[in-house]
Design a protein around this ligand. Structure first.
Ligand code: CTP
Length: 409
């Protein structure tokens, strides 16, 4: 999992948004991270200690003097233990305290003592957030290297407060920031990556279509992995139920022709194309404008070929990197290698949906990466996030190699 072996300390301060911290802890735990929570006294008014103990599967630390020091979890231990310190929600009080260099409880003392990155997620009433004193404190902390996931505009804690700046950033944005802080690199800075994902649908009449079982999970994971390497990412996807990764430009399509138009719109500015969409090879020759009624006869559906987008783009790819996917149930490596050459690709990611753990809707995948510059690489069963990470690593190696080659000329 992408956050395997990562240690995250979470400091919870007193704000109604503390309930959203529960979701964040659950999500990072699902991604493999280990979590330890520290709460201020006022945080206990919003969510109980027991909730965080259960979610983090570790005792919650509240005070410098509640016995944890003698049980080996001192503020110094926690400060050294964590790879990242998340303060969520962060009140104006904790921001002000740290900015002033004060350390008068377990949380502020640990923040002061840690050398790991500290990420504040402020949440407060909009007049507090826009107060120049708070803004000055935020600036001061940013200048010292503290990170912030800025609050959103939206409905504040009570309906009486209405809308304003100060609402805790979305869980999705906070998770992206956690991942970026722990795993992010600048390897693809200034690179534009275009990822396609999910199935296409080809209509035969207003109510029926031909499609496939692709869930889009692999493509969405690739878009996020590219974003974590600082690329500008566009994701074009067929029908799916997934959450678009934070900071990714998203376009939804239905048919192969829609997909083709959307790709061509972006292609000139694209440096890296990752074609993970399960594109239909055929579509009904005619699309009826009315619903096809049943009859007592057999019905024959005539199909025609769709455009092979990747093969077509392979003819004009110039210096771009093209990555394709191959779904094979027999002679995988040989068939995928044929596609590598036929479609002028740099890399083909081969998978077999009949293997256990590599099914369409699964969260895991078992792939072989076949490239023009190395032996086929068999990866073990990994989560789709982890597979995406390895694919992006190989892409980054190629980007570096191409750059060195160009510099040597
Ligand atoms: N692809 C495409 N346009 C199509 C069909 C496929 O761009 N009309 C892309 C897919 O997104 C994938 C790669 O080509 O990255 C290989 O797709 P796949 O369907 O496995 O292979 P095909 O070349 O269509 O061959 P076959 O179905 O015979 O295996």
């Amino acid at each position: 999992m992408v956050l395997d072996a990562k240690k995250i300390a979470v400091g919870v301060t007193g704000g109604i948004a503390a309930y959203k911290t529960c979701e964040i802890i659950r999500d990072v735990k699902k991604l493999g991270a280990e979590v330890r929570v520290s709460m201020t006294e006022s945080a206990k008014n919003f969510v109980t200690e027991l909730t965080f103990t259960s979610l983090s599967e570790n005792p919650v630390i509240c005070s410098l003097f509640d016995g944890h020091e003698t049980r080996g979890i001192s503020h110094i231990d926690l400060a050294r233990w964590c790879d990242l310190f998340l303060v969520c929600p962060a009140t104006a009080n904790i921001i002000g305290k740290v900015a002033a260099g004060l350390a008068d409880d377990f949380l502020s003392t640990t923040i002061m003592a840690t050398e790991s990155p500290v990420v504040f997620c402020p949440a407060m009433n909009s007049s507090m957030w826009t107060n120049p004193l708070v803004q000055e404190n935020v600036l001061k902390l940013k200048r010292q290297g503290y990170r912030f996931v800025e609050p959103d505009w939206g409905t504040l804690a009570t309906t009486a407060e209405g809308e304003g700046w100060g609402r805790l950033a979305s869980v999705k944005r906070i998770l992206h920031n956690i991942k970026y802080t722990l795993l992010g690199t600048s390897e693809l800075e200034n690179k534009r990556v275009l990822v396609t994902a999910g199935p296409t649908r080809e209509s035969m009449d207003p109510v029926r279509f031909i499609s496939n079982h692709s869930s889009g999970k692999m493509g969405f994971a690739l878009a996020e992995a590219a974003k974590l390497r600082s690329a500008a990412v566009t994701l074009i996807a067929g029908p799916n139920h997934l959450d678009v990764p934070d900071g990714v430009k998203y376009q939804r399509i239905t048919s192969v022709e829609d997909l083709k138009d959307a790709i061509y719109e972006e292609y000139d500015q694209t440096h890296i194309l990752i074609m993970a969409a399960a594109v239909s090879d055929y579509r009904p020759k005619t699309r009826l404008s009315h619903k096809l009624k049943k009859s007592s006869h057999e019905h024959r559906l005539d199909l025609e070929r769709t455009t092979d987008i990747l093969a077509e783009l392979g003819k004009k790819k110039e210096g771009r990197i093209h990555v394709g996917f191959a779904l094979e149930t027999e002679n995988g490596v040989a068939e995928a290698t044929k596609k590598l050459h036929a479609k002028n690709l740099d890399m083909v990611v081969l998978n077999n949906p009949l293997e256990p753990g590599a099914a369409f809707d699964a969260d895991t995948n078992i792939v072989t990466i076949i490239s023009t510059d190395r032996e086929p690489e068999n990866l073990p069963k990994l989560t789709k996030d982890a597979v995406a990470g390895v694919i992006l690593d190989r892409i980054c190696e190629r980007v570096k190699h191409n750059y060195q080659k160009a510099a040597a000329v």
